[in-house]
Write a protein that binds this ligand. Structure first.
Ligand code: AMP
Ligand code: ZN
Length: 494
């Protein structure tokens, strides 16, 4: 096996990947806060780590992949003040916070399935780990790095930085942070503006709260990730990922909490950050109004979309960029991805029909092509170079399929392993072409249809008739008929 190199955000160096306990790998990725529908930007981050997970498994590692669900404690504004994001939706819609959590967790899972993003090994929730979070806070207090005020507990960044480094991940220095932080306004309970909440006191009106040694309250947002990664992967583990917008304060606070509780330096060996999906150079975000949902993408029902695109086209489009670079959304790029993917899929279909002759064709070097594919992925998971390498072999495959050249049966076997392995197992691309030629595509198509039917039912429940009709008409154009009955809606394909 060729060595794998990762671009470690912590050390800012490309490093040889040496897991603490090979062949086992522990990987934690910050999951979604389930208070709204997932947009395509979120999908990019989870897709990037899906391919990393797939490649590690593909090359023989046994990965325990933990990706959490944030279902409490993430406050509006991403800092220590304001309402809980989930609590706010529950208040406005007059439903239980856990109904909000369930609804958007379901949506998240549906979307992950549509884009063929594998489920993690463990998907823990913050509310399922309140006891562990309380003990973690107690350990940090015992170690002298946190203090209690009026039923809330804060992490003392200054005290911590006397004993351990703080700011290594984001490159921020305590003095600079001090200059850039507003003075406490006299209202705050914090002793220092740099401090952050580990546990917040909840008043009577607060919807989600639990008893603790400091009274009724709820955990701070950064805490769950420290607690759940430590619980399932140990006090030291291999890879921590997430979107790069989480680098500061979320990930920096996580490191401080881990060291503050366990007193072990370097709790996480490699930090990887997925870069942002942008639209005209601006980060795709719900608040910007430029974040469309997968449903809008498939139906084309959004002002930024010239038409609908299939999930695998979008998956391929995203993989044509390196996970650590920004990726700008455009209709032109999606259309190019659609063409490129169809070319590759056709070549794989042709390849799978070939058997080959007894002797190898010395003009075609399959070993070097295979090496190129592995080298690309071993260089910090460089999917664009991998895709370019896969394209390099297309000409030979198609020529063999047309009978213009002949390939040996060994070469054919090698090529089949290479293309099926990298396209399906590593890049996670299943053929959505008409007739369901590839394994898995029928499942995907019916999952997709189920998702659209569910979305149409939601639209009807919300009396959004325009949207419901648009979904029905789009499907009807594709030969899919929706039947409504008392039990719900079903679909059939002519
Ligand atoms: P949230 O639910 O807001 O905590 O976000 C879930 C994940 O999506 C986080 O890892 C974010 O970094 C990531 N994310 C949010 N917006 C984008 C974007 N435009 N491009 C890529 N990742 C994003
Ligand atoms: Zn996190």
């Amino acid at each position: 096996m060729q060595p794998l190199y990762l671009n470690n955000i912590l050390t800012k160096k490309k490093e040889l990947f040496e897991p603490l306990n090979a062949p086992h790998v522990g990987m934690y990725v910050c999951g979604p806060t389930v208070y709204s529908n997932v947009h395509l930007g979120n999908v990019r981050t989870f897709l990037s780590f899906d391919v990393i997970y797939r490649y590690l498994e593909f090359t023989g590692y046994k990965v325990r992949y933990v990706r959490n669900i944030t279902d409490v404690g993430h406050l509006i504004g991403d800092a220590d003040e304001g309402e809980d994001k989930i609590g706010k939706v529950a208040r406005l819609e007059e439903i239980e916070p856990m109904e909000v959590v369930q609804k958007y967790t379901n949506d998240f899972h549906d979307v992950m399935r549509v884009f063929n993003i594998l489920p993690p090994s463990i998907e823990p929730t913050a509310t399922g780990h309140i006891i562990e979070q309380i003990s973690f806070v107690q350990k940090i207090i015992e170690n002298g790095y946190a203090y209690e005020v009026n039923g809330s507990v804060y992490f003392s960044v200054r005290k911590f930085s006397e004993d351990y480094p703080y700011g290594e991940l984001s490159g921020r220095k305590i003095d600079e942070l001090m200059n850039n932080t507003r003075d406490l306004d006299g209202q705050s309970e914090k002793r220092d503006p740099l401090d952050f909440a580990l546990w917040k006191n909840a008043d009577e009106t607060h919807l989600m709260k639990w008893p603790s040694p400091w009274g009724n309250g709820f955990p701070g947002w950064h805490l769950e990730c420290s607690v759940m990664s430590t619980k399932y992967l140990g006090e030291q583990f291999d890879i921590h990922g997430g979107g790069m917008d989480l680098k500061f304060p979320h990930h920096e606070c996580e490191i401080a909490q881990n060291i503050g509780a366990n007193k072990k330096l370097n709790p996480i060996k490699y930090w990887l950050h997925g870069n942002m999906l942008t639209v005209n150079g601006r980060k795709m975000a719900k608040s910007e109004g430029n974040g469309f949902t997968p449903e809008e993408l498939i139906t084309g029902n959004h002002k930024l979309l010239k038409r609908g695109y299939s999930p695998m086209t979008v998956r391929f489009f995203m993989l044509m960029g390196h996970y650590a670079s920004t990726l700008d959304f455009s209709n032109e790029a999606l259309q190019a991805a659609e063409k490129g993917l169809s070319k590759l899929n056709n070549a794989v279909k042709n390849l799978n029909k070939l058997t080959g002759s007894d002797s190898d064709n010395s003009d075609v070097d399959v070993n070097s092509l295979s090496e190129k594919c592995y080298s690309a992925m071993n260089d910090d998971f460089n999917t664009p170079i991998l895709i370019a390498s896969l394209f390099e072999g297309v000409k030979a495959i198609n020529s063999a399929s047309d009978g213009r050249i002949e390939l040996g049966s060994n070469q054919i076997l090698q090529l089949k392993n290479l293309y099926n392995g990298f396209m399906k197992d590593v890049l996670g691309l299943v053929d959505e072409g008409a007739g369901g030629a590839a394994e898995g595509s029928e499942d995907l198509a019916s999952n997709l249809l189920d998702l659209l039917i569910k979305m149409r039912s939601n639209a009807k429940e919300n009396k959004d008739w325009d949207r419901a009709d648009k979904i029905r008409n789009t499907l009807s154009d594709l030969g899919v008929t929706i039947k409504d009955s008392k039990e719900g809606s079903t679909w059939s394909h002519e």
